[in-house]
Each structure stands twice: as C-alpha cells, then as structure tokens.
Design a protein around this ligand. Structure first.
Ligand code: ADP
Ligand code: GN1
Ligand code: MG
Length: 358
C-alpha cells in the first residue's frame, strides 16, 4: 500500500506516507502528517455511486461558503472545508484502480467528538449546525446532485429494511427477531416528515443530512464550533433531518455502539442545550417544524437503527464494522433511545415550547 500511496499522493504533489485517521463509518480517511497537515480520503464508491457528482456538490458548496465566510470577516481556511486540487488542477484524483481520492486542508486546533461529554458541546455544535444551515439558506438547491437517493426518506428506508428481511443474505435475521419487531411496529411514523415536505406544510431547505457530532469540529481551546465537515450528503431536505440526527447521536448518554444498554438513556439536559443553541441560530423556524422537533429525533433514531439492523442482516456491506455483531449492537442502542424518547415525548415538547416562547 505504501507504493500505492506514493503514486496517489504524487498527484497532490506530496511525498509522505499517510496514516489511518478518524472514526467515520463510510469513507477511508487518512492523515497526511506534514507541515501543514492534510486529510486524504478515499470515497466509498459502494455508498456514493457517483463520486464526481459528490465532488461537484462539495466544490460548489465550499466555494459558496468560503465567499460568505470571508465577507462576514471570518477565516475561510478554517471555517469550511477546503479542497486541495491535484497537480493538474482537479478537485479529486481518479486512480488507475477506479478509486477516487480527495484531499482537504486539515483543520488544526479543533476536535471532533465521538462521544459527547457535556451539554456545552451540544450547545456549541447546535450553533455550528444552525449557522451552517443559515449560510446555505440561499444556495441554489437545483445545483445539488442527490448523492444518495431518498437518503432520509424513512418510507424508502422501511422498504429497504423489508427487502433485507426477505433476502436475509447473512442468514442472521433469526438472531434479531425482537429488534425486527421493534422496527416493524413503528412503520406508521415513517411518512410524517416526507409527507409534510411533499404537501408543503414544512419548507424544503438545503441541509447537511449527516449531523453526527463527529461531523463538526469544535475549537480545542474555546469549545466553540469551528467548521462543519463531511459534506457528502449536503442535499435538499428538512431542517428536522439535521436537528433529529444530531440529537440521535448527541442526546445519548453513551456511545453509539455501547453494549451495556443500562448505560444508554436519552439525556434531557443535552437535549435542552442543543435545542437552545439551534433555536438561537434559527429563529425563522416555522411553527410546524418546531412542533415536530422532538418527534424528528425519534424518527431519525428509528431510521438509523433500522439502517444498522438492515446492514447486519445484509451481512455488513454498508457501515464499517469492527466485529460481527457491531451493527446489531448499534441498532440496539438506537432502539433503546427510541423507547426513551417516546416515554419522554411530552416533557421534550414542553421544553421546546418554553425555549421557543411560542
Ligand atoms: P466519513 O464520511 O467516513 O464519516 P468524515 O469526512 O466525517 O468521513 O471524516 C472522518 C473523520 O476525519 C471526521 O470525523 C474527523 O474526525 C476527521 N476529519 C475529516 N476531515 C477533516 C479535516 N478537514 N480536518 C480535520 N479532521 C478531519
Ligand atoms: C454514517 O459518515 P458518517 O460516519 O459521518 C452515515 C449516517 C449515519 C451514521 C451513523 C453517508 O455517518 O447516515 O447516521 O453513519 N452516513 C452515510 O453513525 O450513510
Ligand atoms: Mg463523518
């Protein structure tokens, strides 16, 4: 592989061997430890079937963000991702073996958290995701490719889940009967957000769609949000996707793959901190979106759990896993959280109303 990297990095005019980096579930990420540092990524072609379309989106969005950040007096080298072009001026390198590689400036003195430690991190992350959404509010949505079709269309996710069950490619379905029943019992919720988008009762916006806490970098000194990263899924969507997915991950008391479910609950203090930051940045949120905030956390958590479980049944072909039951363990934490959110729904709705003052 070292020779391979030599060949790949030559196209970015770099001659340093990179090391595996980060905890993303999708792409292969490497740190090029140099002066300055860079991030090299091999795009996951199974997940993103049209990498040039992904890169066109990222090029468009990052150029747009750079411009806005600079005009607002910010630091565009640090507050958005910056693509490094190849020696022949391209935003990515298409290797002879068919793989696609891209390079970003490394965002120094900032941390992406795989486990959220305190509510202040949630507050700061919420402000960063809220600002990101504001910055892209007037981005021409028609320019964006749909990099993963129906990414947060929960009805389509149910269809994929049923297909996984029917095919049972891994033969593992029998080892997850309770979890399967848990998903199927909640199918009636699947259409709530897609239908509201379709009938226009909530607005279509440009959204990030993958607002896990390790997709935002927080300043290592002040703790404030520096940069929203992982822009592969920036597409038209609902603000509820970004809010719900962030709290799916950040509202949990523990890791996404915690095996001991007694350590997993939905943390109302973290929920309150995130919601406060998000609403401070997005006062334009509509009444209907507001009313659906807590529900969106439940739905995004259920959807993600169903995706983990489908992948377990499909034989671990989508998310990176470290051991055979990894996806099942992840699905179980999601379902424990769904149950918790259902039980706390009234309390969460009351907190939203109080924070929003309407
Ligand atoms: P994936 O799609 O696999 O989740 P990400 O783009 O999120 O890949 O990258 C994985 C991890 O690498 C991030 O969670 C973050 O820790 C780190 N990372 C990615 N891009 C940068 C960057 N430009 N600067 C610093 N760290 C980064
Ligand atoms: C993946 O790429 P990453 O690790 O930030 C996934 C998200 C899931 C998340 C679950 C493109 O996010 O949709 O919510 O794992 N990204 C893609 O941890 O499928
Ligand atoms: Mg990521």
């Amino acid at each position: 592989m070292e020779n391979e990297f030599y060949e790949i990095l030559r196209h970015f005019d770099i001659s340093i061997t990179p090391s595996v980096y980060g905890n993303g579930h999708i792409n292969d990420t490497y740190l090029v430890h140099s002066q300055p540092n860079y991030i090299l990524q091999r795009i996951n072609k199974r997940v993103f079937t049209d990498p040039p379309a992904v890169m066109e989106n990222i090029l468009g969005v990052t150029a747009f963000l750079r411009d806005k950040i600079a005009k607002a007096g910010g630091d565009p080298d640090r507050e958005t991702l910056n693509l490094i072009t190849t020696v022949d001026g391209k935003p990515y390198y298409h290797h002879t073996d068919g793989e696609y590689y891209r390079m970003y400036k490394f965002i120094d003195h900032a941390i992406s958290y795989d486990i959220v430690e305190n509510p202040m991190q949630l507050y700061n992350a919420a402000k960063a995701f809220g600002k990101f959404q504001n910055l892209l509010a007037d981005y021409p949505a028609e320019k964006l490719h749909e990099t993963i079709k129906d990414f947060h269309n929960t009805r389509s996710r149910y269809a994929q889940f049923r297909e996984a069950l029917e095919k049972n490619l891994s033969g593992r379905a029998d080892t997850a009967r309770d979890e399967i029943d848990f998903v199927l019992a909640r199918e009636k919720d699947a259409g709530v957000i897609v239908d509201a988008l379709a009938d226009g009762s909530i607005p279509l916006r440009v959204t990030h769609n993958d607002t896990k806490l390790n997709n935002v970098m927080l300043d290592e000194t002040t703790g404030e949000g520096v940069c929203v990263i992982d822009l592969d899924t920036v597409m038209p969507g609902s603000l509820l996707y970004d809010y719900g997915d962030a709290l799916r991950f950040g509202g949990s008391s523990g890791a996404e793959d915690e095996k001991d479910l007694s350590k997993i609950w939905f943390d109302v203090e973290k929920f309150t901190a995130f919601t406060k930051g998000f609403l401070e940045e997005l006062p334009s949120i509509t009444d209907k979106e507001l009313a659906l905030l807590p529900f969106s956390i439940k739905l995004m958590t259920l959807e993600c759990g169903a995706r983990f479980l489908a992948d377990y049944i499909n034989g671990d072909v989508y998310f990176k896993t470290k051991y055979p039951e990894h996806n099942l363990v992840r699905a179980r934490t999601q379902f424990k959280l769904v149950k918790e959110i259902e039980d706390k729904m009234d309390e969460l709705n009351a907190i939203v109303r109080e924070l929003a003052g309407r």
